[in-house]
Design a protein around this ligand. Structure first.
Ligand code: NDP
Length: 490
């Protein structure tokens, strides 16, 4: 039998990086079958043993950091330093997940309250079984590892379908895992195009799908999951806002804004796409920004657009923004094949596609606002709600604004810093998806809460769950509840 293959290409050169099988639905089902067995084995290991294996995998990844970064660079086109950075962050998450799983998920006693005084109650979080991870190409190590590390630490087996643009990285992540866990295929990678991912999401033995990618594909994956009532974590796109308040350190803000918007050629789900600057500091901030941007170049500070089709969307948004707004830097000529130089446009109407839709390129729109409140209102008027940034010196005011931002995460006086803190959950609201990876919430996302109540002794005269219950018992209960809960506070 011949297996069809597909090539992954270096977007900077067009050279073939590797050739990988297009796994058919049958091949995917076989992988899920193997994963079911492996899941039972992995779940049966003592938590301390899983922790040891995962910490060993962390060490293996670290030892292969340069090699893996080289592969990330080849498949995505990003600079070697950026590739290394995403692996460092992934390793840090793996470490946290391994070290914290038992504490977050392990069995604990919980209080039973007065009415359950004769009971003992325990809560623990048990593995789900097989978790399917479907990942994007923009951070082919960091992003899927946000699900893989936490799902493995929670005791699940993984079948991972990487993006067709970065299959080599996905294959290598699973190969390296085998060095730490050779006994069973606890972490497998299947490669292919969209159909391979679709077959995986539709397999009824998959107990959870962790999807990272566009909102449009998430809807298709959710429809496939609906067939089997398979739960889903959806980490989708964003249109993140960057707010500069009147008291902000403007040099730091301009520096962070540029990096947040342009690094990785803007191909960051929580990258900066919309900038709102309060009136009193607008000119100074724009001067800083436009001076700094002259030193940032595609092909030097960041790589090409990884996905060829994305260039058309970026072009459309640049055309739209430059027609309706005022160009600060760049314009339609900034698109040079797969490379796009930074584009900054101000005063683009808030209802235009370049302000509403995810661009996923090195472009930003900037708008002057009356005050931070107006900036926040505009920031929140988006269908997306992934991350965001506030630059302000007044810590209380900055925190207040951050809390009011309708997103899953907000960074203050830094960009995307939340992604590097393993204890913080990562995920969005609205079109940015639902569910969380990272942190304790990320561990619980891949586990089922198991609640157990055990009767320690019978309560004399209070057998409420019996047909022998008499009116006096109910009367006693009502008196107790009235004593406990019947007093109004005002
Ligand atoms: P896509 O939605 O195009 O693809 C995501 C993954 O889904 C790929 O592996 C893809 O495979 C697969 N896929 C495609 N069709 C199906 C299907 N019908 N069923 C199952 N799987 C399918 O996203 P991109 O790869 O282009 O990634 C960019 C998007 O990801 C952006 O919107 C970005 O904002 C978002 N993102 C979100 C993050 C977050 O954490 N919230 C982090 C990083 C990115 P194939 O590539 O083979 O088509």
């Amino acid at each position: 039998m011949t297996t069809l293959t597909f090539d992954s290409l270096n977007p900077a050169t067009g050279a073939i990086v590797g050739s990988h099988p297009k796994h058919t639905a049958d091949a995917v089902h076989e992988a899920v079958g193997r994963a079911e067995q492996a899941a039972a084995w992995w779940a049966a290991l003592a938590p301390a043993e899983r922790r040891t294996r995962l910490l060993d995998y962390k060490a293996v990844l670290t030892q292969h950091l340069r090699e893996l970064a080289g592969l990330v660079q080849e498949e995505t086109g990003k600079p070697a330093g950026d590739a290394a950075l995403e692996i460092v962050l992934a390793v840090n998450h793996l470490d946290w997940a391994a070290r914290n799983a038992a504490k977050v998920l392990g069995r604990r006693r919980v209080s039973t309250g007065m009415i359950g005084v004769n009971l003992a109650a325990t809560l623990e979080y048990l593995p789900l079984g097989v978790v399917a991870v479907i990942g994007p190409w923009n951070y082919p190590v960091f992003t899927p590892m946000g699900s893989i590390a936490y799902a493995l630490a929670a005791g699940n087996a993984i079948v991972f379908k990487p993006s067709e643009l970065t299959p080599g990285v996905g294959v290598r992540l699973a190969e390296l895992f085998k060095e730490s866990v050779p006994e069973q295929p606890v972490f497998q990678t299947v490669t292919g195009l969209g159909e391979t991912g679709a077959a995986l999401a539709a397999d009824p033995r998959v107990r959870k799908v962790a999807f990272t990618g566009s909102t449009a594909t998430a809807k298709r994956v959710m429809a496939a999951c609906a067939e089997n009532l398979t739960p889903l974590v959806a980490e989708c796109g964003g249109k993140d806002a960057f707010i500069v308040d009147a008291d902000a350190d403007l040099q730091a803000a301009a520096d962070a804004c540029l990096w947040g918007a342009m690094s990785n050629a803007g191909q960051t789900c929580a990258g900066v796409e919309r900038v709102y600057v309060v009136d009193s500091v607008y000119e100074t901030f724009m001067r800083e920004l436009s001076e700094r941007v002259t030193k940032v170049k595609a092909g030097e500070d960041y790589g090409p657009i990884t996905m060829p089709g994305q260039v058309d969307i970026i072009k459309r948004h640049i055309d739209d923004a430059t027609k309706s707004g005022r160009v600060v830097t760049g314009g339609p000529d900034s698109v040079r094949g797969a490379y796009v130089d930074p584009v900054i446009v101000e005063d683009v109407p808030e209802d235009s596609p370049s302000v509403r839709e995810e661009t996923f390129g090195p472009t930003i729109t900037v708008r002057r606002t009356r005050d931070a409140q107006e900036a926040l209102e505009l920031a929140n008027a988006s269908a997306y709600g992934l991350g965001g940034t506030i630059f302000a010196r007044d810590r209380r005011r900055a925190t207040e604004l951050a809390r009011m931002m309708r997103t899953g995460m907000t960074a203050i006086n830094s960009v995307i810093s939340f992604a590097g803190v393993p204890a913080l959950p990562f995920g969005g609201v609205g079109d940015s998806g639902f569910g969380r990876i990272h942190g304790a919430d990320g561990l619980r996302e891949f586990a089922r809460p198991k609640a157990i109540s055990r009767q320690r002794f019978a309560l004399p005269g209070m057998n409420l769950t019996s047909f022998t219950r008499g009116p006096e018992e109910l009367e006693r209960l009502i008196r107790l509840v009235t004593f406990l809960h019947g007093r109004r506070k005002r």
